[in-house]
Design a binder for this molecule. Sequence first.
Ligand code: FE2
Length: 210
Amino acid sequence: MAFELKPLPFPKESLGPTMSTSTLEHHHEKHHAGYVKKLNELIAGTKYASSDLESIIRATARGQGKDPTKEKTIFNNAAQVWNHDFFWESIAPNGGGSLPDPVLKRINASFGSQENFRDRFVEASVEQFGSGWAWLVSKDGKLEIVTTHDADNPLTSGQHALWTCDLWEHAYYLDYQHERAEFVKAVIEHIANWQFVGKRLVEVERDRAA
Ligand code: FE2
């Protein structure tokens, strides 16, 4: 069954001025939609046609099989669909601000303070060379900040994504030009969906205990 572009979980006019309506239109209706369309074209008639997104990502991550180039292209598009779905959940109108208690406790244990977490996340985002993603992940029960190149994501490295910020230029160029640090800082402070991080923490801990 073909994949569909999920609607944004918030009105596209609701994240300004941190993320403009124009950025969201391009980002969701052109870039994200493009990955969904391309993925559907690539998997039509293949063994992946009836697979779920995560299975496709895990199966194609190493670009093996008879046609490694095609496998890698399928991976890139599938992972970008997953990454964007996850990114839209990571942001929300009237976000940012104080972390919910259970999240704050974990952030403090790993990074010392919420401010230190923000600064380290921005730093890692700036250090990421070229396109990619910055993530807050849980690995073996510990929270870490990691960055990935292009479409790569934590799914294939034993890490559990808790939050993400898109570092591709299409995510910020219209609103911030080349100022990636300003973009990431504004996202964290004004539209980060910390309730989603709390929900992800519960899910990840439940899976670890199972
Ligand atoms: Fe993007």
